[in-house]
Design a protein around this ligand. Structure first.
Ligand SMILES: Cc1ncc(COP(=O)(O)O)c(C=O)c1O
Length: 371
């Protein structure tokens, strides 16, 4: 095949980046996608159906999702103008990088602890923005000294993404360290990504009057609405206009806006009950993983747990053996600091029963009666 001449215009970085693609396969337990596993009750599904039926499919939605922004703003007691919606927080990460991508004279870079949510680094590299990765400590905590050094390289980082709780480690980083980094680096915008905060009750770093170099970000994806693809952020005043300049109008569909508004106003209680069940299921998951001989289960603050198997090569074998039984977990063992580790999502009770049975089949010495 000859290469067309125009290909020289492709961004060179793209050749070395992976496509994020997961083929949908029927599974018995989906424990690799960090979703809320609890299904919505039928009464909610029916109401959603009625609401969707009322939509005018021939009309564009509101350009910026005003009603939904107002609802989210109310929750955080902020001006609705501070709230920006995205097609998932993935899209918001893109807006932030585009807006703060720096000037041609001053190549910009971002700082991310590693391992963390892969889209921060991926989205930066797609835009030709440098990525400084700072390894977590062995205990999967932020390394304050190394973070401080990285943030101060050259003219300073444009952005620093901090997921708390973090994916894929499920760790809840020390709030005092984060506060100090924010205070010591006022020329860097810190994105506090609390996608999983519902699984760490009482731990939010959200407060009125966060410093003006902080963007607070979260998503509806982890609280039962992943299908809608809605993320949101609360931006400091000087960042609101730039983010809306780079945002495409109508970036959240009418269907998603309508369903989110309905759930947030009418089914808040149902949603809370689903999250409570999921927190109980996390206890069950941790119990199942702790029964693996010689394994170490790290503290779980999100809707998944990380377990280190011994020997390290077991992680790939166990993930594969579980997949053959229709149970999907993530083999995280190739990631920095996670040698030998699996990341296992909190499933429903039924899914976790299947996991318990499968672990007994797959892992020598695993107590057979455990479910
Ligand atoms: C820490 C973190 N932030 C953001 C996201 C993306 O969420 P969304 O579905 O809103 O794009 C994820 C998804 O797994 C995540 O782990």
């Amino acid at each position: 095949m000859t290469t067309s001449e125009w290909t020289r215009h492709l961004r060179p970085a793209l050749a070395g980046l992976d496509v994020y693609d997961i083929e949908p396969v029927p599974v018995k337990a989906r424990l690799a996608a960090n979703e809320l596993a609890e299904p919505w009750p039928m009464e909610v599904v029916q109401e959603v159906g009625k609401r969707v039926a009322q939509l005018e499919l021939n009309r564009y939605p509101d350009t910026s999702g005003r009603k939904l922004r107002a609802l989210l703003a109310q929750r955080h007691a902020v001006d609705p103008e501070a709230v920006v919606l995205g097609c998932g927080s993935d899209e918001l990460i893109g807006f932030l990088l585009t807006a703060l991508g720096g000037r041609p004279s001053e190549p910009s870079f971002i700082v991310v602890p590693t391992p963390t949510f892969q889209m921060y680094g991926h989205a930066a590299r797609c835009r030709g923005i440098g990525v400084l990765e700072v390894p977590l400590t062995e205990e999967l905590e932020l390394d304050e000294t190394l973070m401080h050094e990285a943030l101060g390289v050259a003219t300073g980082a444009a952005l620093c993404f901090l997921a708390r709780p973090n994916n894929p480690t499920s760790s809840l980083w020390d709030a005092a360290v984060i506060e100090r980094l924010i205070a010591q680096h006022p020329a860097t915008v810190f994105v506090l990504d609390e996608a999983y905060i519902s699984y760490a009750p009482g731990a939010t770093l959200w407060r009125q009057g966060l410093p003006d170099n902080v963007v607070y970000m979260s998503t509806l994806s982890k609280i039962g609405l992943a299908a809608l693809r809605i993320g949101y952020l609360v931006a400091p005043p000087a960042l609101r206009r730039p983010l809306n300049v780079v945002r495409n109008p109508y970036n959240v569909s009418a269907t998603s806006q309508a369903i989110a508004e309905l759930v947030l106003t009418k089914f808040d209680g149902v949603q809370k009950a689903m999250l409570t069940r999921s927190l109980a299921a996390r206890q069950k998951l941790v119990g199942l993983l702790e029964k693996i001989p010689k394994a170490r289960v790290f503290p779980a603050h999100a809707n998944f747990a990380v377990v280190r198997l011994d020997p390290a090569g077991e992680a790939a074998r166990v993930a594969e053996a579980l997949a053959q039984r229709g149970i999907l977990v993530k083999d995280a063992s190739a990631l920095p600091r996670l040698a030998g580790c699996l990341r296992v999502g909190v499933g429903t009770n039924a899914e976790l029963d299947l996991l318990g049975k499968a672990l007994a089949e797959v892992i020598p010495g695993y107590p057979a009666a455990a479910t």
